[in-house]
Write a protein that binds this ligand. Structure first.
Ligand code: 13P
Length: 349
């Protein structure tokens, strides 16, 4: 199957009542791990790259690795997504390269650190939507600001500093025409999200449910959704790592989100932990080894295990064969003739 639009994957997920994991990558082994997990569980999947990943891997390597994945797994619907674009130009360059969806994170200014005003966010996101839809590419916007920093991008601080206001979410969706909307409900990027198992005072699932009630047809996106499982933390620490005690987003809260309009779930940290734990174990137990394959193979397998588990937990498992790809030029036609309606349905308060 050619690379497909994230919008198609999310529309199908909404029909089927499930969520789709969006997994971050920087290199070939991570792409291989995700595709093996998708095949193992028969799942559609979103692979995403941040600006940091594009810089690390270089755009051309990244794009051709994604084409290889699509070629090797024609039965898997696969979207290539830009995570946290910081400006129109970053989104434009991703679309020119061949990404099939982009996130314009206008919640922050172009420095990727300072919170932007609502009007600035609407303006830049609308500009990206106009450019992208003309080319059949879907757009994720963000309203409210996530906590933490990932790959140098983020306002830092707590996930509770700038949670999403439901009225602003409605106005933002109406004025920008985004295909999906990332909301801030107390999560943050990275391993250190919560200092104890999160309750409603720090993870605002009630807010998510309120936003879904107002915007029942808008695909919601949960960022910062690693669960940071204790067993993965323990492996890292058992073999010389120094992670402090921490909690992530419990999978049952993500599943509650999926019942309430969440269609895309971003996961990076859990895979980083799985890879690092597996590499540490090999190097710790067999320090004489020096062939990278001796530790990259178990690292890849450890990531595949985490991704396959999440695919099952999010409900996307078993859905790869449900539909045929809509080509990107046909997506462009759909935006033009109005069949891919991006005016959200807004319910009364
Ligand atoms: P985690 O750090 O929780 O994996 O979040 C990743 C993410 O949201 C990427 O945009």
């Amino acid at each position: 199957m050619p690379l497909v639009s994230t919008r198609q994957l999310l529309d199908e997920a909404a029909k089927g009542g499930y969520g789709v994991g969006a997994f971050n990558v920087n290199d070939m082994e991570q792409i291989q791990a995700i595709m093996s997990a998708a095949k193992e569980t028969n799942s559609p999947v979103i692979i995403q790259a941040s600006r940091g990943a594009r810089e690390f891997a270089q755009d051309n390597y990244l794009y051709h690795l994604m084409l290889a994945a699509a070629e090797l797994y024609p039965e898997i619907p696969l979207a290539m997504h830009l995570d946290h674009g910081n400006s129109f130009e970053t989104c434009e360059s991703a679309i020119k390269l061949g990404f099939t969806s982009v996130m314009m994170d206008g919640s922050l200014k172009t420095d990727g650190k300072t919170p932007a005003t609502f009007e600035e966010n609407v303006e830049v996101t609308r500009k990206v939507v106009d450019y992208a839809h003309e080319r059949g590419i879907s757009v994720e916007g963000e309203i409210g600001v996530l906590g933490g920093i990932e790959d140098g991008h983020g306002a830092g601080g707590s996930g509770l500093d700038h949670v999403t206001d439901p009225d602003q979410a409605v106005e933002f969706a109406e004025r920008t025409g985004v295909d999906s909307l990332a909301i801030a409900i107390g999560t943050s990027h990275g391993a250190y999200k919560f200092t104890k198992k999160p309750d409603g005072s720090v993870l605002k699932m009630d807010l998510l449910i309120a936003i879904h009630k107002r915007l029942p047809n808008t695909h919601l996106v949960m960022h910062g959704s690693s669960s940071v499982p204790k067993d993965l933390q323990d492996i890292v620490n058992q073999y010389g790592g120094k992670l402090k005690e921490t909690w992530g987003v419990p999978v049952e809260e993500i599943q509650l989100g999926i019942k309430n309009g969440v269609r895309k779930i971003n996961v990076d940290t859990d895979n980083r932990l799985a890879i690092t734990g597996a590499i540490r174990k090999v190097l710790w137990e067999t320090p004489e080894k020096f062939d990278p394959r001796d530790y990259m193979k178990p690292a890849r397998a450890a990531m595949q295990k985490v991704v396959a588990l999440r695919m099952t937990q999010f409900g996307q498992a078993g859905h790869a064969g449900d539909y045929k790809a809509i080509s990107i030029p046909d997506m462009a036609k759909g935006y033009k003739n109005g069949t891919l309606i991006t005016k959200p349905l807004v319910a009364a308060k």
